[in-house]
Write a new protein. Structure first.
Length: 221
């Protein structure tokens, strides 16, 4: 059964016929990098009167002709109302480690189940998807793809430089705009899950998601 969120409807009512661009993503998958890249891309368009925020604050945004909303997980109402959807993902085992370091959570298979349900939904509805590992290697290519998807002409290299600077700085004072903060990056390496996650959890993830892991180029062990 689809649950209707009151805050969600308040935002959609305020937005009216405005464009709504969602940046969705698996937690700790670079979705904030994508959010800021898309924010700078849209701001480069003179016709774009942009307002942007984290999804829970969207209903408080001023009226505009374009909204950019970051979220982790969407539903059918979001997808129906969205003008465009961009999604980022990562090896869920690495994401578990980063999430635990950032938020103090205990890694669990339930978290992975939710993230993979969200991935499957995004695969059906998102117009553009980025893998974290490829994304961080070539930010200008990400910016170029976002600009092409949004129909904007931009200097991809310049915007990529600005995004990288924002991510490195993690400026607390601009958190409301960038959604970045000083402790945003955890420095988690791609192979740390082997030592960090309980062996039983590693085995369960591999057993349940080996086709997905292989399809996206992630090691099984």
């Amino acid at each position: 059964m689809l649950r209707i969120n009151k805050k969600q409807l308040q935002f959609f009512f305020k937005a009216g016929r405005a464009k709504i661009v969602f940046v969705d993503g698996m937690p700790r998958s670079g979705s904030t990098l994508v959010f800021n890249a898309m924010r700078l891309v849209l701001q480069a368009d003179p016709a774009c009167d942009l307002q942007s925020s984290w999804v829970r604050n969207a209903r408080h945004l001023p009226r505009a002709n374009t909204y950019l909303i970051k979220t982790h997980g969407m539903n059918l109402i979001d997808a129906w109302r969205a003008s465009k959807i961009v999604y980022s993902y990562r090896d869920p085992r690495v994401a578990l480690v980063s999430h635990s370091r950032k938020f103090g959570t205990t890694p669990s298979i339930e978290m992975v189940h939710q993230w993979m349900r969200d991935f499957n939904f995004a695969e059906q509805h998102a117009g553009l998807m980025f893998g974290y590992e490829d994304m961080v290697k070539d930010v200008p290519a990400v910016v170029h793809a976002l600009a092409d998807y949004a129909g904007c002409e931009v200097d991809s290299a310049e915007i990529a430089d600005n995004v990288n600077l924002l991510v490195r700085q993690g400026d607390d004072q601009s958190e409301a705009v960038t959604l970045l903060h000083g402790s945003h990056r955890t420095g988690t390496k791609d192979d740390e899950w082997r030592l960090f996650l309980p062996q039983a959890l590693q085995t369960q993830i591999t057993n349940e998601y080996s086709p997905w892991l292989e399809r996206h180029g992630y090691p099984l062990r």
